[in-house]
Design a protein around this ligand. Structure first.
Ligand code: NAD
Ligand code: DAU
Length: 357
């Protein structure tokens, strides 16, 4: 049995769907179901014999102890986190609580459980922390991409909270010998991504004939990876990685935000033309920049490619087409989130008083 925390969020739910399609091992999902956690993401596996769901918080030590005793996991994969940079700027508290304290609580509970295992079980136990490339900070145009030895230099409350969690995870390996991994991945996109993030937010606005909102000049660069390629990398690290190691995961697909939004517009023009026959790109609107906005992220994924023979299967063009088709075929999924008052409150807070560049 493996325990997956945050399995009802974007990447976690993709990971669970893939896991149950590929692996023959039971999986327990622990998720607090914050605004970003959606149990309906896992609807199709609710009655799968290898799937169990528990609603709960990784900060709840008693619950963790009960779950470890009952399910005896051989691995813990920690996806649970607050994940949105803009929300961390508006309200950092939850990021410290869920990302820093939560990871600490999960690690310490895992260590107490691990100490009671026999030596064979201890050696095969794994704790995998799902982290981000944002911990490395911001690159200049001609800087080499981040590799596993790049110094941590986080610039916003989200990335600082993820960096703090990574340091704790590393400390548990060096101090106690807990067999850990950290994966630092670039921007994911794909089905089931909450529509506060750039790609689904752009799609949602385009379909409503609303402005496509770009922070600042839109020339900030991110490296994009299709979500199932990230999930495959995590399975590969879990199965074949050497404990104590970090792996950078990325798509070798650096794009400016303007390129990303323009590509979404081109695909929509082709497969779902605007009702007034205007190009969707004419809706692009520049607004005031994100404070402390990191200019560029880029990942050197040579280590995981060479050591674990992982390769992304999708490129940006194929992955984006799949993503857009998924959203167009699942409009009710996005519609349910959109109509929720908490989502409307978020749009008001982050965008309505923001002003233009
Ligand atoms: P998400 O916001 O879509 O989902 C997070 C999930 O964690 C939700 O289901 C939420 O309910 C759950 N959660 C939050 N706090 C919890 C707690 N205290 N206890 C239990 N569950 C809790 O996030 P995502 O985009 O799927 O990201 C998953 C992980 O991957 C995060 O750790 C994130 O930092 C990391 N990551 C994300 C990306 C990306 O592009 N989205 C890239 C690299 C790394
Ligand atoms: O790099 C990995 C990180 O990628 C993950 O760790 C985070 O969990 C994930 O949210 C993502 O962070 P970003 O801040 O890069 O993602 P977001 O989709 O919020 O923004 C992508 C880029 O688009 C960023 O430069 C900000 C810009 N943007 C975003 C929004 C929501 C806009 O220009 N307009 C917008 O409305």
């Amino acid at each position: 049995m493996s325990l997956v925390t945050g399995g009802c969020g974007f990447i976690g739910s993709n990971f669970i769907l893939d896991w149950l399609a590929i692996e023959n091992e039971p999986v327990l999902v622990l998720d607090k179901l914050t605004y970003a956690g959606n149990i309906s993401n896992l609807e199709q596996v609710q009655s799968h014999p290898l799937f169990t769901f528990v609603k709960g918080d990784i900060n709840d030590k008693d619950l963790l102890e009960t779950l470890f005793k009952k399910y005896q996991p051989r691995a813990i994969l920690n996806f649970a986190a607050e994940s949105h940079v803009d929300r961390s700027i508006n309200d950092p508290d939850q990021f410290i609580r869920n990302n820093v304290n939560g990871t600490f609580c999960l690690l310490e509970s895992a260590r107490q459980y691990w100490l009671k295992l026999n030596t064979v079980e201890q050696a095969s136990f794994r704790f995998l922390q799902v982290s981000t490339d944002e911990v490395y900070g911001s690159l200049k145009t001609y800087d080499p991409p981040f590799n596993e030895t790049t110094k941590y230099s986080p610039n916003n409350p989200y990335s600082a909270s993820k960096a703090a969690a990574d340091h704790l995870v590393n400390a548990y390996f060096h101090t106690y010998g807990l067999p850990i991994f950290i994966t630092n991945c670039s921007n994911n996109y794909g089905p089931l991504q909450f529509p506060e993030k750039l790609i689904p937010f752009t799609l949602l606005n385009a379909l409503q004939n609303k402005p496509l909102l770009i922070y600042g000049d839109g020339l900030q660069i991110r490296d994009w990876l299709y979500v199932t390629d990230h999930c495959a990398a995590i399975r590969q690290v879990l199965a074949n990685g050497k404990p104590g190691e970090t792996f950078n995961v990325g798509g070798q697909s650096e794009k400016t935000n303007l390129e990303v939004v323009n590509t979404v517009c081109q695909i929509l023009d082709e497969i779902k033309p605007h009702p007034n026959s205007i190009p969707y790109a004419s809706l692009i609107t520049h607004i005031k920049d994100r404070p402390g906005h990191d200019r560029r992220y880029a990942i050197d994924a040579a280590k995981i490619r060479h050591e674990l023979e992982w390769e992304p299967k999708e490129n940006f063009a194929s992955g984006l087409r799949k993503t857009i088709s998924w959203y167009l075929n699942n409009l009710s999924w996005i519609q349910t989130i959109k109509s929720h008052s908490s989502f409307q409150n978020w749009l008001e807070l982050n965008y309505e008083k923001r002003g233009s560049e």
